[in-house]
Design a protein around this ligand. Structure first.
Ligand SMILES: [Zn+2]
Length: 412
């Protein structure tokens, strides 16, 4: 279950549930259907969108298999079912009020993956589908006994997949995860691995529903753990991970299977994870998104409070001028402060780490014709993917807002 926590814009997720059932007949709309090798897709959005979902699911499916190839061999299986609603109201009508606050869900009893687009950018929906799609995939092969830490850790690992123009790349590293994990380590907040490994589904869901501070920590810790098991030490532990998953599929005790295939020295393992964390560098894509977030926050501030006139901004140079020509101070999420005097730091904001040209600014700025509001784009990403910050008037709060998303090319 991918949970929407709007204030923090974090998608919390819960593995899967058997208590929700879908009744598609309650929706008085046409379902557009597409069948692919592995998926059966239905959506109320459009035929074109059904093909687009199908493309994404087929590609991410390859990646699920590639990373854990020994256990998820090629075999004829029933198709995985996916349904995507246009609006949240239809999602709620078909699935019931229990799923309120979630953006997507895998229903193990029906083996059905469901989500909705709503007002979110499509990339946010796809991220949800990669995540929930992995739960669906794993459930098919492993059954209901996969421990929650591993199920969620793996699903998060795959939800950070990046389109390269030629398939997906997984293992990307968002800076906020590194920053949060380091801070929580310093505050001695990390959960012991013994505890993490033995968490039950209901204990996990309890923490998420309470929105306790530990809930974001368990997601980050399990993400790191899985990242280490798949990519750490040049993939040395991947075989152990696969053997461990096979034992779980054979109904062996997951805790004992863990100590068999990895280690029973949890303190040493925890220290190894922390050491691994310190070797990780944030991925360029996420650094670009971070830059764009800071530029957008500043621009929002100047338009709303600083008296900046959108009509006088023609290109990204103008935005840069605006930032350096008046005094301001901005508190950053990592605890540092950015001011108009830190020219090098401001310069760096306008540069995407993927931009290999010698241009000073990687981003493009324009005022959208219809909305009259700014839009900032980074065209530097592989496979014609783009990072876009779109401004909009938030009707609920009455203020200017923006969303940052990844726009992926599509065959259809
Ligand atoms: Zn970029």
């Amino acid at each position: 279950m991918t949970k929407i926590i709007t204030t923090a814009l974090i998608y919390f997720t819960i593995a899967f549930t058997s208590v929700v059932a879908a009744d598609l007949d309650k929706i008085n709309k046409e379902f557009y259907k597409v069948e692919t090798d592995n998926y059966s897709i239905a959506t109320t959005v459009s035929k074109k969108f059904a093909y687009r979902i199908a493309d994404h699911m087929e590609e991410i499916h390859k990646e699920y298999r590639r990373r854990l190839s020994n256990i998820f061999g090629e075999e004829d299986v029933e198709k995985f079912r996916v349904v995507v609603f246009d609006k949240q109201s239809n999602y709620l009508r078909a699935l019931g009020d229990k799923v309120r606050g979630t953006a997507g869900i895998f229903m193990s009893n029906e083996q059905l993956l469901a989500g909705f687009v709503g007002k979110r950018p499509p990339s946010a929906l796809f991220k949800t589908l990669y995540h929930e799609g992995f739960h669906q995939f794993l459930f098919h092969y492993i059954g209901p006994n996969c421990p929650i830490w591993l199920n969620e850790g793996l699903a998060q690992y795959f939800s950070e997949a990046t389109w390269t123009g030629n398939g997906y790349r997984v293992g990307d590293i968002p800076p906020h995860r590194i920053y949060t994990l380091k801070r929580e380590w310093e505050n001695k907040q990390w959960m012991s691995l013994e505890k993490l490994l033995s968490l039950t589904n209901s204990e996990w869901m309890g923490m998420v529903e309470d929105q306790s501070p530990r809930s974001s920590l368990i997601y980050n810790q399990t993400w790191l753990f899985v990242h280490f098991l798949i990519d750490g030490a040049n993939g040395k532990y991947r075989d152990n991970l696969e053997e461990y998953l096979e034992d779980i599929a054979d109904d062996e005790d997951s805790y004992e299977a863990f100590t068999d295939h990895f280690s029973a020295n949890f303190t040493a393992l925890r220290n190894t994870l922390y050491k691994y964390l310190n070797t990780l560098e944030p991925s360029p894509k996420f650094m670009c998104m971070k830059n764009m977030g800071i530029i957008s926050r500043l621009l929002k501030f100047f338009i709303e409070k600083g008296g900046a006139d959108i009509d006088t901004l023609e290109n990204i140079e103008d935005v840069h001028e605006l930032f350096v020509n008046s005094g301001w101070k901005m508190q950053m999420k990592d605890g540092t402060t950015l001011t108009n005097r830190k020219e090098d730091a401001i310069e760096a904001l306008f540069h995407c780490p993927l931009d290999k040209s010698d241009k000073e600014k990687s981003y493009k700025f324009r005022v959208h014709k219809d909305s009259g509001l700014p839009q900032i784009t980074c065209p530097q990403h592989p496979g014609q993917a783009r990072i876009i910050s779109r401004f909009f008037n938030n009707k609920k709060t009455g203020t200017l807002d923006f969303t940052i998303s990844e726009q992926l090319p599509t065959k259809h």
